[in-house]
Write a protein that binds this ligand. Structure first.
Ligand SMILES: [Zn+2]
Length: 285
């Protein structure tokens, strides 16, 4: 499938993709987004999610640039020239080492129609709305399952046609806008979000888009880079009390930014969260 983008609009072959216009967008704040954020809709058809994005009269109006159906059909909701509202409170250290927060201003949002985490019933795995899913991916989410329960749970698989369409679209974003990084919503908002989740093979997807060895890419983890250690503070400033002195090499996951201060989750050896607080970005790498 040949996917291209001109004047912010997706073309598949020579035809414009269906456009279900969302009113939920704003202007990019002078930035040129270089990141694609992958989501699942937690819903049924792509059209049903696109129609949800037309709602401005809800408590938290949201949108994405596109929704891709399970059969690979692309529905556009927001022009790529505009900022969609898909990421919420989020942060990411990009592949050039810069700490970004509020990813709507730095990224394009790609939703994949998918039910996400499934519910186990006596008649098998079902979506939260009761749709049976025959061959779920069984896995534990890397950030912990949404329910908080440990161990493998069912997740709706992503069909090949859908993943291929998403890869073709991100390649078009790369050639049109220079997108050079792909992340999951669960990478940039790890305490709130589980999409696209373990059923989405991010490493294979990055390689499908960028080729080579880009599967590994960055993992949004910082380390304390000063030998004398770094204070973990209760607020974003030196006048806030220090909770503890983090030894050199301590791994931290950035959650949000305020000026040059980062709110971080301190990670244990196995990557699970230990505590949270503020550190100055000059002392992490
Ligand atoms: Zn999401």
């Amino acid at each position: 499938m040949s996917v291209s983008i001109s004047k912010g609009l997706v073309r598949v072959g020579s035809s414009l993709a269906r456009f279900v216009k969302s009113p939920n967008f704003s202007a990019f704040d002078g930035t040129k987004p270089k990141i694609a954020v992958i989501h699942f809709t937690y819903g049924g058809s792509a059209l049903s999610s696109a129609q949800w994005f037309t709602r401005a009269d809800v408590e938290s109006p949201v949108s994405a640039h596109v929704v891709i159906d399970r059969d690979g059909t692309i529905i556009q909701c927001v022009s790529f020239e505009d900022r969609a509202w898909h990421a919420g409170k989020s942060s990411w250290r990009n592949r050039h080492g810069k700490h970004l927060s509020g990813l709507n201003n730095h990224s394009f949002g790609i939703e994949l129609a998918n039910w996400g985490p499934l519910v186990k019933t006596v008649s098998g795995w079902k979506s939260h709305s009761g749709v049976p899913i025959a061959d779920p991916v069984l896995a534990e989410h890397k950030n912990g399952n949404p329910s908080g329960a440990g161990g493998d749970i069912g997740w709706e698989p992503y069909p090949e046609a859908q993943v291929n369409a998403a890869a073709a679209l991100v390649r078009a974003l790369a050639s049109t806008y220079g997108v050079d990084e792909i992340v999951g919503h669960d990478d940039i908002a790890p305490t709130r979000k589980w999409d696209p989740g373990p059923a989405f093979d991010m490493a294979a997807f990055r390689i499908a888009v960028f080729g080579g060895t880009r599967g590994a890419d960055t993992d949004n983890v910082l380390t304390v880079s000063v030998d004398e250690g770094l204070n973990l503070r209760n607020g974003p400033g030196q006048h806030f009390a220090s909770q503890t002195l983090l030894p050199a090499g301590t791994r931290l996951r950035p959650e949000q930014r305020q000026g040059r201060w980062l709110y971080v989750t301190v990670l244990k050896e196995n990557g699970s969260p230990l505590s949270s607080g503020w550190v100055h970005e000059a002392y992490v790498a």
